[in-house]
Design a protein around this ligand. Structure first.
Ligand SMILES: C[S@@+](CC[C@H](N)C(=O)[O-])C[C@H]1O[C@@H](n2cnc3c(N)ncnc32)[C@H](O)[C@@H]1O
Length: 326
């Protein structure tokens, strides 16, 4: 179905859906759903443990998320049709040892399952890193699928790359979408041609603090960073040019000098990306507010942890259409 057909179909939908946003971060998944569902969505609950992310979320959605989801009883959460959960991947370090739903409490996915078991939402939307699929020889992914099936959901899953859905970032993520009604026929969105370039995401002028000029790292990288139209990656010991015309995956540790820090060259020198540019590479709109009193390391973490809005929006449109076709 073309984009226009999707949009026309959605324009006629009158049903409203109540949604909860777990592991809400800075609301990237929420934003994608709001863009797709337009007035057909009502966010009734959110949860996020990190105070800095809560602040960014509140600034944009006028809603301060509740804290630690493990401490929240399912019956204190309002009833809802859709649960969104980009749950942290670290939670799976011990998942391989676990056997089934009753044995598996304690990892954060099972808080999603616990809440879904109580509320039985129409849709469970999960997002995680691509590596999640192969974690513990595939057992972790299988456990998630089995758990959803035990709860009587029909499960769809696919790895999608942000660069195939409109933003110039190489970001592969697994999307797991489960429907309570087995008659729902869901299709993942078709790839679209990338029309946005790296340059479209960069700001013309940025504060001098983002430049490496004169800093110790500058001497080590200056001879390797030559192409102003490319993005390079600092790989702890060396830089590597990213030749595919998209930004490498933004990661949560960009701001702490970790692995994979994207670096560019512009007319003033060699520099890292600003938090706003990271937002641009994730498809956040210009009117998304970035708090001015939050330090950059937290902001890099927030945008690195977040999602590509374009991918979520297109998935959300397909979900809405699938629900309505029933
Ligand atoms: C991968 S990020 C999700 C980002 C989000 N989807 C977005 O678009 O910004 C996972 C989030 O889960 C939060 N988190 C981790 N443990 C949590 C807990 N026990 N309760 C609530 N949130 C938690 C983290 O602080 C982090 O922001």
């Amino acid at each position: 179905m073309t984009k226009l057909m999707n949009d026309n179909a959605i324009a006629n939908i009158k049903t409203s859906f109540k949604v909860i946003d777990l592991f809400a971060g800075i609301g990237g998944i929420r934003l994608g759903f709001e863009k797709a569902f337009k007035s057909n969505v009502d966010f009734v609950f959110s949860s996020e443990i990190d105070a800095h992310s809560q602040k960014t979320y509140c600034l944009n959605f006028k809603d301060t998320p509740h804290g630690d989801i493990t401490q929240i009883e399912a019956n204190s959460i309002p009833s809802h049709d859709i649960v969104l959960a980009g749950f942290p991947c670290q939670a799976f370090s011990i998942a391989g040892k676990r056997k089934g739903f009753n044995d598996t409490r304690g990892t954060l996915f099972f808080d999603v399952a616990r809440i879904a078991k109580y509320h039985k939402p129409k849709v469970i939307f999960l997002e995680n890193v691509k590596g999640f699929v192969g974690h513990d020889k595939g057992n972790t992914f299988l456990t998630v699928q089995n758990t959803l099936q035990e709860l009587n959901y029909k499960v769809y899953s696919k790895v999608l790359n942000a660069k195939d859905y409109g933003v110039p970032q190489n970001r592969e993520r697994i999307y797991i979408i489960a429907f309570l009604d087995h008659g729902v026929k869901f299709e993942f969105p078709e790839k679209i041609k990338l029309s946005k370039s790296i340059k479209d995401c960069l700001l013309p002028e940025v504060n001098h603090k983002y430049y490496y000029n004169g800093k110790p790292l500058f001497q080590r990288i200056k001879d390797d960073i030559v192409n102003p139209n490319s993005i390079y990656q600092w790989r702890r010991q060396y830089v590597r040019e990213n030749k595919n015309n998209v930004c490498p995956t933004l990661t949560a540790n960009m701001g702490t000098g970790g692995h994979n820090v994207p670096i560019i060259k512009d007319s003033h020198g060699i520099r890292k990306l600003t938090p706003r540019e990271c937002a641009n590479f994730q498809g956040f709109p210009d009117n998304y507010l970035i708090p001015t009193d939050t330090v950059d390391s937290h902001l890099y973490k927030q945008f690195g942890n977040s999602v590509s809005i374009n991918v979520i929006e297109q998935l959300a449109k397909k979900i809405l259409i699938a629900l309505e076709k029933k």
